[in-house]
Design a protein. Structure first.
Length: 311
């Protein structure tokens, strides 16, 4: 397609986007009376303007644009909102504004992917089926790209927490058996393993802060298991809740959980070691065997070819 023919489409898109932005800006503005009512319902909104003024550059721009961009992708039900918050918390984004920022980024990548796909498809094939397919593929890739990134981040974080949890539990057992309480033991683990187990220590530090704020220990431990998303951490939280409820020994419960997790980690290592022989078959067949075959059979094949040519 000629770029001159593409120019009216670009002008139409720019004008449409500008009109939509202006209408959305004026329609989203609320009166001062409505803002005062919102502040009475939620006192944390009173310092919203001061917090926004303290941020400059790209951070302030993203924070201002996030509500408008994320409005189209907001979950419709409370169950979907809860699932989104848990998924982001498992990836390490437990800030209250994390879902809004995530949806804003998702919408921005959707628009960017659609524009890139439109530019490539229309310039290559024009307004044909291939051009529309390119637009749809670009939009789909941009829409699911944040999902893929969050999935990889969440998986890596959960694996780090799973691998560092037995060591943290061993140190916590030593602290509890030495006379420290569970809260003081978690604080000591956070201080000692801050460099080696950053994700685990961050979760323990948040749990300690919530306990200091006055939240019940049962709720704090339950949120700790849900926030990490690791099954062993959920089991540990359940065991500690039961031990605290029935008055049993916390040190004994921690020791049993640590031993079971260490056995599980050793079994996973043995399973991966047993899978090594099967996984090595494909590199051997594709890369090593052809080289060995050439080295062993190559000279004999050359001699046979020379013998046949002499005859």
């Amino acid at each position: 397609m000629d770029p001159v023919q593409f120019l009216p489409w670009a002008i139409f898109g720019g004008i449409t986007f500008g009109i939509w932005a202006v209408v959305n800006y004026f329609s989203s503005r609320s009166s001062r009376a409505a803002e005062r009512l919102d502040e009475l319902r939620d006192p944390t909104l009173r310092n919203r303007d001061q917090a926004a003024d303290g941020k400059t550059g790209m951070g302030a721009m993203v924070e201002k644009a996030a509500p408008a961009l994320s409005r189209a992708l907001q979950p419709k039900t409370d169950l979907e909102q809860s699932a989104l918050k848990i998924r982001l918390a498992n990836a390490g984004y437990s800030h209250p504004n994390a879902p809004q920022a995530y949806l804003a980024i998702k919408f921005a990548t959707l628009v960017a992917g659609c524009m890139i796909g439109a530019g490539f498809g229309i310039t290559s094939w024009g307004m044909t089926q291939k051009g529309w397919t390119s637009i749809i593929m670009g939009a789909g890739l941009g829409f699911y790209l944040p999902e893929i990134c969050v999935w990889f981040i969440r998986r890596g974080r959960q694996e780090k927490i799973f691998l560092s949890l037995p060591d943290a539990l061993d140190l916590l057992v030593v602290c509890v058996e030495a006379g420290l309480g569970l809260d003081a033991g978690m604080r000591k683990v956070t201080e000692e393993l801050a460099d080696a187990c950053q994700e685990m220590c961050a979760e323990f530090a948040m749990a300690n802060m919530q306990l200091q704020m006055g939240r019940p220990r049962r709720e704090v431990l339950h949120d700790l298991g849900v926030r990490t998303g690791v099954d062993d951490m959920k089991a540990l939280a359940a065991i500690l809740i039961q031990a605290d409820k029935f008055g049993s020994s916390i040190a004994q419960a921690l020791r049993v959980q640590s031993d079971s997790m260490r056995v599980k980690r050793r079994q996973m290592a043995e399973e991966k070691a047993q899978q090594t022989a099967v996984k090595m078959i494909f590199p051997l067949v594709l890369f090593i065997f052809p080289g060995i075959f050439v080295v062993l059979v190559g000279p004999a094949a050359i001699m046979m070819i020379n013998g046949l040519l002499k005859k």
